[in-house]
Ligand binder design. Structure first.
Ligand SMILES: NC(=O)c1ccc[n+]([C@@H]2O[C@H](COP(=O)([O-])OP(=O)(O)OC[C@H]3O[C@@H](n4cnc5c(N)ncnc54)[C@H](OP(=O)(O)O)[C@@H]3O)[C@@H](O)[C@H]2O)c1
Length: 240
């Protein structure tokens, strides 16, 4: 079991899973201080140990400014993501592909985690056991792709997975006690999955609080030797 985190960053903390994870981390680690971000929505709750920051994760300068105000960071868990919005959503077939939608998915789902790794590199190095995780999705697994469709979201999550795997290799030298993880939350009852819940069996549609508690258990148990893997909420490993 690695050291308890004292400083945690939660980009996307205003989302359904992000807010649940913020609560679960505050419960699990009474000494921890958390900085979470929101973007279009307002902070979902307040706590003395939780600070909110409005941030567009597509904005590298804003991420660099945040890092410039931060010394040590123990954990970063990126909970931000995009599947549908402003009248656009996942493609059923290749004829529906729109380059701008694909690029938007990459800008929100893949690039921010790399920018966070870049700008918080020094702050993470000050931690005795740094961790960088991002919520990916099973549909980003190339091996596991049986249904097709959803080009832009799948491509952006596959890109995120490659970014995390590549970072884990760099960290073996640069952050030897570090852990990098891609996370799959299952299907959670949040705004992101809302339009696609019709065919999900009730027992397969998770309360984000359940997933968040499972993620805390999973992340707390990761050792440096586990770095560079793709985990489902229940601790099972997924193929890249
Ligand atoms: N829900 C599921 O069933 C499911 C399944 C598989 C994977 N996931 C993944 O899990 C993660 C969390 O999803 P969720 O269900 O909690 O979704 P959600 O409730 O829609 O939350 C999305 C979060 O991303 C933030 N965000 C979006 N664009 C942003 C930007 N440009 N800059 C900064 N923040 C931005 C949102 O901020 P604001 O709301 O403040 O704008 C919000 O905090 C995502 O990566 C998603 O792909 C979810």
């Amino acid at each position: 079991m690695a050291d308890a985190p004292q400083r945690v960053l939660l980009p996307g903390g205003s989302g359904g899973i992000g807010a649940a994870l913020a609560r679960a981390l505050l419960d699990a680690y009474p000494e921890a201080r958390i900085e979470a971000t929101h973007h279009r929505s307002e902070p979902p709750f307040a706590d003395d140990r939780l600070q909110w920051r409005r941030l567009d994760l597509r904005d590298e300068d804003a991420i660099a400014d945040w890092a410039g105000e931060t010394d040590r960071v123990d954990w970063i868990v990126n909970c931000a993501g995009f599947l549908h919005g402003d009248g656009a959503g996942p493609e059923k077939n290749v004829r529906m592909l729109k380059p701008e939608f694909l690029l938007h998915c990459i800008r929100v789902n893949a690039l921010p985690t790399l920018l966070l790794a870049k700008h918080f590199d020094a702050a993470l190095k000050l931690s005795p056991a740094p961790l960088l995780a991002a919520i990916s999705a099973r549909v980003g697994s190339i091996d596991d792709n049986r249904l097709g469709g959803w080009y832009s979201y799948r491509i952006s999550k596959a890109a995120l997975n490659m970014a995390l795997k590549t970072l884990s290799i760099e960290w073996k030298h640069s952050h030897p006690r570090g852990r990098v993880a891609a996370l799959h939350p299952g299907t959670n009852d949040t705004a992101l999955s809302q339009p696609f819940q019709r065919n999900v069996a009730p027992e397969q549609l998770f309360d984000p609080n359940y997933t968040a508690e499972a993620f805390v258990t999973l992340l707390a148990g990761l050792e440096a030797a586990d770095s560079g893997r793709f985990w489902a909420w229940d601790g099972s490993e997924l193929p890249w």
